[in-house]
Design a protein around this ligand. Structure first.
Ligand SMILES: C[S@@+](CC[C@H](N)C(=O)[O-])C[C@H]1O[C@@H](n2cnc3c(N)ncnc32)[C@H](O)[C@@H]1O
Ligand code: SF4
Length: 409
């Protein structure tokens, strides 16, 4: 296992590249983790080095190291929270890069207005990823459109690998063939995130006839090759009644399933809008399944999840705090859903260039977004009220109202 260690203003961050967990540590912690994971020293040798560097006894150093490593182990647990993600970092931890808007499907729920076939040239993609890697960004999520429509995709993945970056590739999976699977199996630190919006009937209703069978076939092949896969399921009114079938299917493959919430952007989307109370009950049930059956379930609604688990409160969203999004035109985006909802004026968003860190930290668009707050989803507020400060029907305030009324009924 490799760990990327980077210095922030008041602390160090340790990013475990393979498990994608990140923890906040101090200087001594950074030395210990570096020696253990990157220089493969054993704990006896590390204790000697720490005792020597910090003028403490060997037994004290051994105890401190054991205690520190126990804490780290608990923090990097797969069901733990990447608490750091919601802190304001100096450099993004991960970025999302839209390499194409072209797509072979035309899903009922898709937020994209049209799949106009715009590609970011491979050279430009690699240039951007190179600059991000130089600045110690640890993780890249390749998004689209459908990334497999981009002919430079394998070159891009290989470049990410050469820069020791963790990569998420979000795909509908329908364009993956046998030869591609062989190539994907050779890329390290890659997780293929496959969209699955239901079992056969509902997935085909949303994504087109025959799509489920294709995806099912590919998923089984990817599993057989031990390629890391996760499922992402976007909850809407059509698939909310069958979310348990989706989890059972994922469990049968041994693949984690992450649930996100649909947002409407077009009039045709109205019939897919889920009932908020059913959505809240679904989150509670998913958490029960995760606890009682140890199902591998991820939930994107951090504020509600932490409230239900009785943990310290968290924001709904990490956008602009530890994450950054770059669209197919090379523009830096606060939140892609706000852009798709028509919140931003044309030409208002800055382009990625050598000054991207300064832009990300201080540009007025990013400063305003952070000032508006991330406790609820600004995109949902804007979509449902034409106001980013408006009531988010799926946010923590709405959840508390529902949950409180339910308890007092
Ligand atoms: C735009 S797609 C791009 C990658 C690929 N084409 C795919 O379908 O996985 C990325 C993710 O956004 C989700 N998505 C699309 N439209 C959405 C919407 N209106 N609200 C929430 N998520 C949406 C998709 O289901 C998919 O999981
Ligand atoms: S496959 Fe992805 S990008 Fe294409 S239409 Fe469906 S959700 Fe949109």
């Amino acid at each position: 296992m490799r760990v990327k260690i980077r210095k922030e203003r008041n602390c160090y961050l340790a990013y475990f590249i393979d498990s994608r967990r990140v923890v906040e540590i101090n200087e001594v912690g950074s030395i210990i983790l570096n020696l253990l994971f990157n220089q493969e020293k054993d704990t006896k040798k590390i204790a000697e080095i720490i005792a020597d560097n910090y003028q403490i006894s060997l037994s004290q150093a051994k105890n401190d190291i054991a205690e520190f490593l126990t804490e780290i182990k608990a923090e990097v647990h797969p069901n733990g929270f990447n608490v750091i993600e919601q802190k304001q970092l100096e450099v993004p931890l991960g970025i999302e890069l839209e390499i194409t808007t072209s797509c072979n499907l035309c899903c009922k729920h898709c937020f994209q207005k049209h799949h106009d076939g715009a590609h970011m040239p491979t050279k430009k993609v690699i240039g951007i990823i190179g600059k991000l890697a130089d600045c110690q960004v640890c993780e890249v999520s390749i998004i689209g459109g459908e990334p497999f429509k981009h002919e430079g995709l394998m070159e891009i993945l290989e470049y990410c690998q050469s820069r020791e970056m963790a990569v998420n590739l979000v795909t509908n999976a329908t364009l993956i063939d046998k030869a591609t699977i062989e190539k994907l199996a050779n890329i390290s630190r890659l997780v293929i995130i496959v969209s699955l919006d239901g079992t056969k009937e509902i997935h085909d209703y949303i994504r087109g006839k025959g799509v489920f069978s294709k995806v099912d076939f590919i998923l089984k092949q990817l599993c057989a090759k031990n390629i890391a896969i996760e499922i992402t399921c976007t909850l809407n009114s059509a698939n909310l009644p069958i979310y348990r079938e989706v989890i059972e299917y994922c469990e049968s493959l041994g693949v984690p399933c992450n649930f996100n919430l649909f947002k409407p952007f077009k009039t045709e989307h109205e019939k897919l809008i889920p009932n908020p109370n059913i959505f809240f009950e679904t989150i509670a049930d998913l958490l029960r399944l995760r606890r009682d059956k140890e199902y591998k379930i991820g939930l994107s609604n951090a504020a509600i999840v932490t409230e239900l688990l009785g943990l310290p409160s968290r924001n709904e969203c990490r956008a602009t705090r530890s994450g950054m999004v770059i669209d197919v035109n090379g523009r830096m985006i606060t939140c892609p859903s706000l852009l798709a909802a028509g919140y931003y004026q044309k030409d208002e968003l800055p382009f990625f260039d050598d000054n991207f860190m300064e832009t990300w930290q201080n540009h007025e668009i990013f400063a305003r977004f952070r000032k508006n707050g991330l406790q609820e989803c600004q995109a949902r507020s804007f979509i449902f009220n034409k106001d980013v400060h408006g009531y988010d029907p799926y946010g923590i305030t709405a959840f508390r109202e529902y949950w409180h009324n339910k308890k007092t009924e």
